[in-house]
Design a protein around this ligand. Structure first.
Ligand code: FEO
Length: 171
């Protein structure tokens, strides 16, 4: 049975992950509107990743006898000036999520909840990849600069991204 403090913190994080999905879905719609379908595809895949993150916490809470309490999801923005500003916002958001996961891991440690600590190690590793993915695209967009041809090529590249549920998907 999970403790109340850990349960509350995980419920808050389910909301953060659902918001992340909303944010990236909104960015996907924005990229569709500005005719960058590859960027939109990348963001749609990212939104699915966030659903996966939320559901992993959701399933975990249930498996520990906890109560899932879903909260209202805040509205994300809907427009970004440039692809670079959208990806800078995504990168900043991932840094925020990393700090949230670190706080959850601190709670697991202080509560001596080894099971939660074990689960959170998966998220700690995942956040390294999440930050790196967003930062890589920020870096590429800076290299692209004002070149429409290079932006077109990058759009093609991002259009190839597909969603693959991580192997360590359970619970
Ligand atoms: Fe769920 Fe992008 O971290």
């Amino acid at each position: 049975m999970i403790g109340k403090k850990m349960e509350n913190a995980i419920n808050d994080q389910i909301n953060e992950e659902m918001y992340s999905s909303y944010l990236y879905l909104s960015m996907a719609a924005h990229f569709e509107n500005v005719k960058l379908p590859g960027f939109a595809n990348w963001m749609r895949v990212q939104a699915k990743e966030e659903d996966f993150h939320a559901m992993k916490f959701y399933n975990y809470l249930i498996s520990r006898g906890g109560v899932v309490k879903l909260k209202a999801i805040a509205a994300p923005g809907s427009e970004w000036k440039t692809p670079l500003s959208a990806f800078e916002a995504a990168y900043k958001h991932e840094q925020h999520i990393t700090s949230r996961i670190d706080k959850l891991a601190d709670i697991a440690d202080s509560e001596k909840d080894r099971s939660a600590a074990n689960l959170l190690q998966w998220y700690i590793d995942e956040q390294v990849e999440e930050e790196r993915n967003a930062e890589n695209i920020v870096h590429k967009l800076k290299m692209v600069g004002d070149s429409k041809g290079s932006l077109f090529m990058l759009d093609k590249e991002l259009g190839k991204r597909t969603f693959t549920p991580p192997a360590a998907g359970a619970p």
